[in-house]
Design a protein. Structure first.
Length: 270
């Protein structure tokens, strides 16, 4: 009885360029070639791998397509930084094409952030707590300057970016305190997806009141991690991320990546 053929596609033979690119890729992924490191010159690579310079160029193009190296004309070929920022941009584009809203992102964060806080609280070191506190103090300084200077004014994009980056540094340190590499790599993409919020001002509100609100929000994060109590940390951040119905409605009608205008002043519960 003859055996029926199941696999009809032949095994594809890898070219010299593909084999060479794979070897360099593994050196990058293992850390042997660090971010920013220069690859050997084209003649040196041709000699090391025993291939022609045309093969070297083909291998370089494969690595560039994977985002692992970049060519700087006149200088050489260099290992690129980690791809989490590029991943975040690609994810944002995919979500926009799918018609995602700011609320889609917020719901996801309401699930993820409390778990990040719980894991960080369980694993954080004394040194990491000190660094989180230092970054939080710096963020509070930026918040105070931002609110006083730009209160009820149109904020330049550069100032908005500085404002966001200051808080991201705190959040990144918290993600790093989980000692989980997946969370560490997701810190930037997840934060970049989070929309800026433009809360409506009460007529008699002051920048000092908003500074105090943001201070309470930030310190709630810090104390949740510093508690070293996963359950407390999880519950603290769950409470912190509860939003009023008006905010939910506004986010449901705001495309991901755009500023959400919320018609009520922010309030954070104790």
């Amino acid at each position: 009885m003859s055996q029926k053929t199941i696999f009809t596609r032949p095994v594809k033979k890898r070219t010299f360029a593909e084999q060479m690119a794979e070897s360099i890729r593994e050196a990058i992924l293992s850390g042997e070639l660090a971010s920013g490191a220069a690859l050997p010159t084209e003649p040196e690579l041709a000699e090391q791998f025993g291939v022609s310079r045309a093969v070297v160029r083909d291998a370089t193009r494969l690595l560039m397509a994977q985002g692992l190296v970049q060519v700087e004309h006149g200088r050489g070929v260099f290992v690129t930084p980690p791809l989490n920022e590029a991943f975040g941009e690609a994810l944002l584009l995919a979500l926009r094409r799918a018609g995602a809203t700011a609320w889609d992102v917020e719901q996801f964060n309401q699930i993820i952030y409390p778990e990040v806080a719980a894991l960080a609280a369980a694993r954080v070191t004394d040194e990491e707590i000190a660094e989180i506190r230092r970054l939080a103090d710096e963020n509070l300084r930026v918040i105070a300057e931002y609110q006083v200077r730009w209160w009820r004014q149109t904020t330049p994009p550069a100032e908005q970016a500085r404002y966001k980056e200051s808080f991201f540094q705190v959040l990144q340190a918290i993600f790093a305190a989980t000692h989980n590499q997946v969370f560490r790599q997701l810190a930037r993409p997840l934060y970049d997806l989070r929309n800026l919020r433009d809360w409506a001002d009460a007529e008699d509100s002051t920048p000092e009141e908003y500074i105090e609100l943001e201070k309470r929000f930030l310190l709630a994060w810090v104390e949740a991690i510093a508690s070293r109590d996963p359950q407390f940390a999880r519950q603290s951040i769950q409470r912190l991320m509860v939003l009023p119905p008006e905010a939910m409605y506004a986010m449901q009608h705001t495309a991901v990546g755009e500023v959400t205008v919320i018609p009520v002043p922010p309030k954070f519960s104790d």
